[in-house]
Design a protein around this ligand. Sequence first.
Ligand SMILES: [Zn+2]
Length: 259
Amino acid sequence: MQALAIMYHDVVERGDFESSGFPGAGAHVYKLCREDFERHLDALARATASVSTVYKLEGRPVLLTFDDGGVSFIHPIADLLERRGWRGHFFVTTDRIGTPGFLSEAQLRELHARGHIIGSHSRSHPTRMAALTRAEMDREWGESIARLSGVLGDRVKVASVPGGYFSREVGESAAAAGVDALFTSEPTARVAMLGGCRVLGRYVVQRGMSPEWSGGFAAGSRWYCWRQSALWKAKRVVKVLGGGQYLKMRQAILERKDQ
Ligand SMILES: [Zn+2]
């Protein structure tokens, strides 16, 4: 089984990156301006006719996912998706519900009623999920799923891993909390199974990436998918080699497009 899942975060108006989601430069690099996001959606529409949801994994569908729980999920993101007849997967950091920049309980219910899929993005968004003890992981998933299910009046079974720090234990903990589809940040189209839970990778789109990246991921282009996969593997190597080597590898990978 395969799926081409793409990971976005917030989409803001007039470059106001503080208006939605987590504050600070580290979070802002993942946020897109609305005009740019619309160009990404145009590229998706050109690349594929199979934008779908995790509940309908037929063929090799394209799944659109959004992390953190920012207030931009409802306006403009959901509005723009619906114009094309698409639905998104929206992952919410439940401790932040109703706080400045994040969705309220009423907005979550509205998104759910409009046919979008609401999932957990943990309770507190730990910096390194995989470094938590199993008991802490169980609390992150369990309490967050319970809160969301209560808000929506519907059992929540979908989640994404905060910070992309996935481990087998993180997946087993999510499965034990009732998650049957867990999205990671590993750029792969492969869908794995772990304790009855589907584990799906995702290709990330962040600010500064051209719409061709969204289109390339949606088309399953080896060129775009491979490049992100190579970069992701290089990032893992940084822990062993140190920052300087990582930056050189990153540059080498990015420069390949000019050949
Ligand atoms: Zn996150």
